[in-house]
Design a protein around this ligand. Structure first.
Ligand code: PAF
Length: 283
């Protein structure tokens, strides 16, 4: 595995790979690698010849009161996990080479970014699409894999690629869960064991929704209220939002139509840790 820190060097390598007709797959991360990231690498290996993994904790997608400064950075561990996973190139730039002095450009998102994470984390998605675009330009991928865990991010990146005519195939990878159903996330490392137990209420909420819809309950708003109540009744937990949305537009849906697919979005706090989760639900 070759480690690269300079954008120009990464671009030169990617250019050469493309000239040699190699199919490049990219997996973008902020490090603190876990099973979820490794599943993205595996999917990239199955769909592309060369895998570039990026590790960059992007300051522009964190709000002022968010966890940028405590975001885990176990770089040595990440290196050995990436190497063991068979990553070909690891691109791990310094913040100064991605946002040099006098850096000025940001990409604005549209309606998809206005609700849910976008409403609660102003500027977050603009920071995400800006860095994703820069990393696309640096790694020149044919294919990019993003986790469905960040479902709204994935939808916004698909929109970005369509809107800006980027010739990149975006693949969504299924959520990886631990044995309790908790979706794996770098932020799970902040959870105490008590908070971790409590956090499984998100997955219990998803299971509750799947059961209620399977039992012919059509009122999705009512099911979302039940899940919010489940979260509120769990010690140390409080919901930010629970909502069923249209898979494409992310507009909230109140009544399910039989046979249609929806996405259930959840965001909640367990203690001081904010977690998000989601699932596809068949109406
Ligand atoms: O999903 C993430 O880890 C980040 O938002 C991403 C896509 C690497 C951009 O910083």
């Amino acid at each position: 595995m070759q480690i690269i820190t300079e954008p120009r060097q990464m671009q030169a390598i990617a250019e050469k790979l493309r000239l040699n007709r190699q199919l490049i797959g990219v997996v973008m991360t902020m490090g603190a690698l876990h099973e979820g990231h490794l599943s993205l690498v595996k999917l990239a290996q199955e769909t592309a010849g060369i895998v570039i993994l990026t590790i960059f904790v992007n300051p522009r997608q964190f709000g002022v009161n968010e966890d940028l400064h405590r975001y885990p950075k176990p770089f040595e561990k990440d290196l050995s996990l990436a190497k063991a996973a068979g990553v070909d190139y690891l691109f791990a730039p310094e913040a100064g080479s991605i946002y040099p002095e006098n850096y000025q450009t940001t990409i604005e998102c549209g309606a998809l970014a206005e609700r849910f994470e976008g409403a609660l984390r102003p500027g977050h998605f603009s920071g995400v699409v800006t860095v994703v675009t820069k990393l696309f330009n640096i790694t020149k991928p044919n294919i990019a894999i993003f986790g469905e865990k960040d479902a709204q991010q994935l939808a916004i990146i698909r929109q970005l690629v369509d809107d800006l005519n980027m010739d990149i195939k975006i693949i969504g990878a299924p959520i990886v869960r631990d044995e309790t159903g908790l979706a794996v996330s770098s932020r799970n490392s902040y959870l105490s064991s008590q908070e971790r137990n409590a956090a499984t209420i998100l997955y219990q909420g998803i299971c509750h929704a799947a059961r209620r819809v399977a039992d012919q309950e059509r009122d999705l708003r009512a099911i979302a209220c039940e899940i919010e109540q489940m979260i509120r009744s769990t010690e140390g937990c409080r919901p930010d939002y629970v909502s069923f949305v249209d898979e494409k537009t992310f507009n909230p849906v109140e009544i399910a139509e039989a046979g249609k697919e929806y996405r259930l979005l959840l965001a909640a706090w367990s203690g001081t840790v904010r977690l998000i989760d989601n699932a596809k639900i068949l109406g």
